[in-house]
Design a protein around this ligand. Structure first.
Ligand code: NAD
Ligand code: IPM
Ligand code: MN
Length: 347
């Protein structure tokens, strides 16, 4: 029997509920397909930080190394631990250490879900650069607490980093509608973003079958609302991609529907799958978190592992569930009820 070992990091808040839901669905789907999924759970979270002084142990990254994939819920409990500490102590180091440079975030309406827009025909694949750019963590503060204080946060863009994310986007476009939108702010940011635009043009010559358009991030934000059906693959830097994908989540009906995959093309290191949303402290412990984003992310995990048929079965079960109206309206159905409906659609 084919066996996959999965590192499960539920994290904080609703992260625990949505990963538990997704794991139940994964187990049921695997059973029907003759696959064995073995979960090893890591309690790394803000609670773990309060108990140990670190978000994960010093050898945390090493202990994740041998897994086939990582399934993560959400990290962050700002009332107890500053986000700058929790995210730089757990989520962001995993993305970096395992060179998960491509963060794939699909935005489309599931059947039965009413989005806020007039159109329902869009199908956008956002590809966010995930290891450098504005998230490089380079910078500092001087004259802290004085009137002369200065804070610097430097974005670092490397030719290899920009090239590989754009190439990833071009390749994805080839499997879809062959349209690539490259997003920058090169009218204001004259070094990094002009550099990005130049590399886009260089690569465009290698992909003559893909229609390439460069957009400014502000115009792209408006386009995603006004004419999302005009977009296919959208490639953006780390921060711009972060912002655009919460916007993408909004047009697909809410954060409870937005899935993501942090992909490493080196199959010897694990990729990580997680919803786009965070720990949602405002609804934690209420049992009303929508698990669909995480279940969808689990399907992306199986797809990445090569289990395309089982991944497809999970997607169809999600679609059948929302088509019946279950989980389709934010806040209406309980996590458990949505999970049960997906499970029954699977069988
Ligand atoms: P959030 O995504 O947690 O919540 C934003 C809003 O969306 C809230 O009103 C929340 O109730 C709602 N929401 C989110 N997921 C939902 C779901 N599955 N079902 C129903 N409603 C849902 O964003 P935030 O409030 O800015 O962040 C909370 C914490 O999570 C912070 O510590 C933040 O840094 C962290 N965060 C972590 C991740 C991650 O681990 N990948 C992602 C985003 C935010
Ligand atoms: C996301 C999150 C993270 C990010 C935060 C929590 C650091 O917003 O996965 O979209 O910005 O990457
Ligand atoms: Mn985000």
């Amino acid at each position: 029997m084919k066996t996959y070992s999965i590192a499960l990091i539920p994290g904080d808040g609703i992260g625990k509920d949505v990963t538990a839901a997704a794991w139940t669905v994964l187990e049921a789907a695997a059973k029907g397909a003759g696959l064995a999924l073995k979960a090893t759970e890591f309690p790394w979270s803000c609670r773990f930080y309060k108990e140990t002084g670190a978000m994960m142990p010093a050898d945390g990254i090493v202990s994740l190394k041998g897994f086939d994939a990582i399934l993560l819920g959400a990290v962050g409990w700002p009332a107890q631990v500053p986000d700058s500490v929790s995210l730089h102590g757990l989520l962001l180091p995993i993305r970096k250490a395992f060179v998960q440079y491509a963060n794939i975030r699909p935005h489309r309406l599931l059947p039965g879900v009413q989005g806020p827009l007039k159109t329902d025909t869009f199908d956008i694949l956002c590809i966010r650069e995930n290891t450098e750019g504005e998230y490089s963590g380079a910078g500092g503060r001087v004259h802290q607490g004085t009137e002369d204080e200065v804070a610097v946060e430097t974005s670092i863009f490397t030719r290899s980093g920009v090239e590989r994310i754009l190439r990833f986007g071009f390749e994805q476009a080839r499997t879809r509608r062959r349209k690539l939108a490259s997003v920058t702010k090169s009218n204001a940011q004259k070094y990094s973003m002009v550099f990005w635009d130049e590399i886009t043009q260089e690569l465009a010559a290698e992909y003559p079958d893909v229609e390439v358009t460069s957009y400014h991030i502000d115009a792209m934000a408006a386009r995603m609302v006004m004419s999302p059906e005009s977009l296919d693959v959208v490639v953006a830097s780390n921060l711009f991609g972060d912002i655009l994908t919460d916007l993408g989540a909004a047009i697909q009906g809410g954060l409870g529907f937005a899935a993501s995959a942090n992909i490493n093309s080196d199959r010897t290191l694990p990729s990580m799958f997680e919803p786009v949303h965070g720990s949602a402290p405002d609804i934690a412990h209420l049992g009303i978190a929508n698990p669909i984003a995480t279940i969808w992310s689990s399907a992306m995990m199986l797809d990445h592992l090569g289990e395309k048929e089982t991944a497809g079965r999970i997607m169809r079960a999600i679609e059948e569930t929302t088509a019946r109206g279950i989980g389709a309206v934010p806040g209406r159905d309980r996590t458990e009820a949505i999970t049960a409906a997906v499970l029954s659609a699977l069988s």
